[in-house]
Ligand binder design. Structure first.
Ligand SMILES: O=C(O)[C@H](O)COP(=O)(O)O
Ligand SMILES: [Mg+2]
Length: 422
């Protein structure tokens, strides 16, 4: 018999192996607990331990213990802890099971006042169990005609309440003005004022007309978010109607549902746009929860092609490490396809130069209010966005480009300047 106790989960001499999943946590221990005591409890509870010392017949047990192997204390309370998990702890290809370990019970333990999962280093053996994205950044030329510029998208506003007629009319103007993609908002799914099937059928029919008219491929990020079987049905409907993209609210729908949709997407050659509504419930507090960086990693493994990663502080959302997250999404991960990061939330033509400076051109830019709030309407707003992208890519100051025969950009700059909205 062997006794398994909390101390067994702490080994500061342990070097993680190439098959360990290595997680970085920031931890504030409970006031009566040392960092070592809190770290060993975190490693224990997230792997195979519990609060009581256990007496187990070693012959009957596969050792799946995690190891708290590095502790860096901060000047203030708490610090960072590295925990290494053996791959065998995890079920192949089950994101739900992985998260129930590394971001499960430990988030609420008394042993820590707060705990945040900051980052993960994923071993190849775990990554191989997931499909990863099908298209990633390649959507810009494989499914669209964006070339080297950012992919441009717009969400009709108000986000809900528009009739299908109004929705399709706005879509037509936006496509004609120069965006590549119409996008549903995160809370527009299948409501009576704008039913799913009618909206999809009519919008995609207009997308085909505008593709013909403009010579640029136009498509639609259709929000299929619903109960999982219904999402599958909606994805199939989009494919039947000739659409190339589906959108899922990945956090509210759940990662297992995303995994199911990923399989269906492959059968129908659909790219997946991930909206992250509710992410901030996990990642907004810098001392507790799960970082957006980690959520983005999870999304890439589960196989989304695009994901929202913020606006580097230039839009309406809280500033976050958008450049760092985007770099991870495009980094080498044992040959896994990359992900196209989406900048969205309070963007308008007057901030596009700064956005491209911060994030480069290999992104999607979504502007809702920043297009439809243009003084001359949606089509002018879309033109202004496109002109702003052109200027930024040529290194021409936005005002100079506006004055050089781009009145739509001039009107947008007169209205918004370079403000970052709140
Ligand atoms: O879903 C989104 O990303 C938004 O609806 C952003 O809208 P906005 O561009 O008007 O802020
Ligand atoms: Mg939205």
């Amino acid at each position: 018999m062997t006794g398994i106790e909390y101390d067994d989960f702490l080994d500061l001499d342990y070097e993680p192996t190439g098959t360990d999943l290595v997680c970085e946590f920031s931890i504030a221990p409970a006031s009566d607990m040392s960092m070592e005591a809190a770290a060993s409890r975190v490693a224990s509870e997230s792997a195979n331990g519990t609060w009581a010392a256990l007496h187990v017949d070693e012959a009957e047990l596969t050792d799946l213990s995690a190891v708290a192997c590095d502790i860096r204390e901060n000047a203030g309370p708490g610090g960072n802890v590295t925990v290494a998990y053996p791959t065998d702890l995890f079920e192949d290809g089950s994101m739900a099971q992985i998260l129930s370990c590394i971001a499960g019970n430990i988030m609420g333990m008394k042993a820590v006042d707060s705990i945040r999962l900051e980052d993960c280093k994923w071993p190849e053996t775990l990554v191989e169990g997931f499909p990863g994205p099908q298209f990633g950044t390649a959507v810009a030329h494989e499914k669209l005609d964006a070339g080297d510029r950012p992919v441009l998208a717009t969400v009709p506003k108000p986000k809900v309440g528009l009739s299908t007629d109004a929705h399709v009319d706005i879509a037509e103007q936006a496509w004609r003005g120069g965006v590549d993609l119409l996008k549903d908002d995160e809370n527009l799914t299948d409501q009576y004022f704008n039913p799913f099937e009618d909206r999809v059928e009519r919008s995609l029919s207009v997308a085909r007309e505008l593709t013909e008219e403009t010579g640029e491929k136009k498509d639609y990020l259709v929000n299929i978010t619903a109960e999982t079987d219904e999402m599958v049905r909606r994805a199939e409907f989009v494919a039947d109607q000739g659409g190339g993209f589906i959108m899922v609210d990945v956090v509210t729908a759940g990662w297992s549902a995303v995994q199911t949709v990923r399989d269906v997407a492959e059968k129908h050659d659909l790219a997946i746009h991930a909206h992250r509504a509710m992410h901030a419930a996990f990642d907004r507090m810098d001392h507790h929860g799960v970082s957006m960086r980690t959520l983005a990693q999870v999304a890439r493994l589960c196989g989304v092609d695009h994901i929202h990663t913020g606006t580097a502080g230039l839009g309406k959302l809280e500033n976050e490490d958008t450049p760092g997250i985007n770099a991870w999404l495009k980094s080498d991960l044992y040959g896994t396809t990359d992900v196209l990061p989406v900048a969205s939330g309070g963007l308008h033509p007057g901030v596009i130069d700064a956005l491209i400076d911060a994030l480069g051109t290999d992104i999607a830019i979504q502007a809702g209010g920043g297009i439809h709030g243009h003084p001359d309407g949606t089509e002018a707003g879309a033109r202004a966005l496109r002109q702003s992208v052109e200027a930024s890519m040529q290194g021409v100051p936005l005002r100079d480009h506006a004055d050089a025969g781009n009145p739509e950009l001039a009107a947008a700059l007169d209205k918004w300047g370079a403000e970052t909205p709140r």
